[in-house]
Design a protein around this ligand. Structure first.
Ligand SMILES: [Zn+2]
Length: 148
């Protein structure tokens, strides 16, 4: 495991502990299992899982017996943002690696879906500037026109 990955896992574990402490306030005599299943359900919803994670998995991640999966790390980050009054868009977005041509601030929320350039010989996938943009650049539009 890279030191980077180890740090990411340690951060996620600490955030999960903080999240549990946050929700502890309105636990209202819930059993530990029910309480942790509630946390598991919240994280599962954010990760878009059809089958929710189990409370056992949450407890195991919390006390360091198991390392969280990548999707759980994202869900923990998202729930952490939501608790810290983050915007729902940030909570529901997921990190991806992109090649940015324009100015994209790290952590920026990119709203449109990406699409493949309509010129078949081009293999660029891009995020359109406007909804009707079909080509990644004017050059591809011209080449596609010439092909007809
Ligand atoms: Zn293109």
């Amino acid at each position: 495991m890279t030191p980077q990955k180890a740090a990411e896992i340690a951060n996620a574990r600490n955030s999960l502990i903080a999240i549990c402490e946050h929700f502890q306030q309105n636990r209202n005599g819930q059993s530990s299992a029910a309480f942790h299943q509630d946390i598991a359900d919240r994280l599962s919803a954010l990760a878009g899982r059809k089958t929710p994670w189990t409370q056992r998995y949450i407890v195991s991640v919390k006390n360091g017996r198991v390392d969280p999966s990548q999707s759980m790390i994202w869900a923990i980050k998202a729930l952490g943002y939501m608790i810290d009054d983050g915007h729902f868009l940030i909570a529901q977005s997921r990190p991806v690696d992109v090649l940015a041509y324009g100015e994209v601030t790290p952590g920026a929320v990119v709203l449109p879906d990406s699409r493949a350039c309509a010129y078949v010989a081009c293999n660029v996938v891009f995020v359109p500037r406007v909804p009707w943009q079909r080509y990644c650049c004017p050059d591809c539009r011209i080449k596609n026109y010439r092909m007809r």
